[in-house]
Ligand binder design. Sequence first.
Ligand code: PEP
Ligand code: MN
Length: 337
Amino acid sequence: MLVVMRQDATHDQIQGVVRAVEARGFKAHPIPGALRTAIGITGNRGAVDRPVFESLPGVLEIIPVTHAYKLVSREVKPEDTVVRVGDVAVGGPEFVIAAGPCAVESLEQILIVAHKVKAAGARLLRGGAFKPRTSPYTFQGLGEEGLRMLAAAREETGLPVVTEALDAESVDLVERHADAIQVGARNMQNFSLLKRCGKARKPVLLKRGLAATLEEFLMSAEYILAEGNYQVILCERGVRTFSDFSRNTLDLAVVPAVKALSHLPIFVDPSHGTGRRDKVGPMSRGAAAVGADGLIVEVHHDPDTALSDGAQSLTPDMFAALVGELRQIAPVLGRRL
Ligand code: PEP
Ligand code: MN
């Protein structure tokens, strides 16, 4: 349920509603809007005593929220959410590109790639230190040492860092060293991890699961918001289908579907979405065209020797050419890059 406050409601009146919600054992989520504040109520099992809230000072109206997800819904917050990763605003007028290697392999590697992607126009640096690999025998990432290398690359380039946390322990480390916490596709329904991310002070990039419906995707984001972290960027990274020409099927249609239902920004990952570097450029252009707020792209200075995902990693030159194309496309769509 949503308590919509009058435009002239005072801070004390808003706090009064919050206290009334909490006194009933529910959780109150004040959501400031352009014109007025709304207060989302979660944690109630059945209907909330509507007349009680209607009569509180400063309350304009009570709106039942029809979707299973509440806080991520546009019903609750009609305006787009802008998420800040370091000093970069995601979900505003800028089309934001995060780029970097699949995995941090060495200090030298991450510094080379970070400088290259920064020069080409990336605004965020990606790179995995904790890698969720299908095989336990392949490179698992450098762990905390990798996080320190990412932090060093941020020092040198100024690019805020987004990197994956695999479990609750790695969230502690990622939260300390990075600017945004990535939750990978395989962890989209790891509910204890989502709850932990909801308590984090850093924004979360939540990837869609390999076989997740839109509703499941939004419910996973809801777990994070329900714990109090409203800074979530969704990310479409491809789903499993019968396609035999690409690693996954990049579901670009989910972008306008998310935009209709949710105020959260959404990125597209054309690297995992296709698995082949020759398909990354076309799908990136498509992602911009369908209204994505940005991209997360794998780039490696020597993809053929990469320890993971080399086949889908762009070379720095390919990445620079792609950014050049996106710079031509973005203004047509009313965006800046
Ligand atoms: C990654 O970004 O390197 C990654 C493992 O992504 P996903 O969780 O989408 O497979
Ligand atoms: Mn990868």
